[in-house]
Design a protein around this ligand. Structure first.
Ligand SMILES: [Zn+2]
Length: 63
């Protein structure tokens, strides 16, 4: 989930809607945006994933 905005000079900014981090600004093409977004390692998602794993782990341990 990313929020893209266009600047007055035609370049783009993109922001991650999960961690609200600006991934890139003044990007000239949407193709470049795709690449930059693909390379974003989201700390929010990583944390979420870790938390889920730990919960599963805990659930198993209590059985
Ligand atoms: Zn993110």
């Amino acid at each position: 989930m990313y929020s893209r905005t266009q600047n007055e000079n035609g370049t783009y900014n993109t922001r991650c809607l999960d961690c609200f981090m600006t991934i890139a600004s003044c990007v000239e093409s949407s193709k470049e945006l795709d690449q930059l977004e693909a390379h974003h390692i989201c700390p929010e998602k990583a944390l979420c994933h870790l938390f889920e794993q730990e919960q599963q782990h805990a659930a198993h341990a209590h059985k």
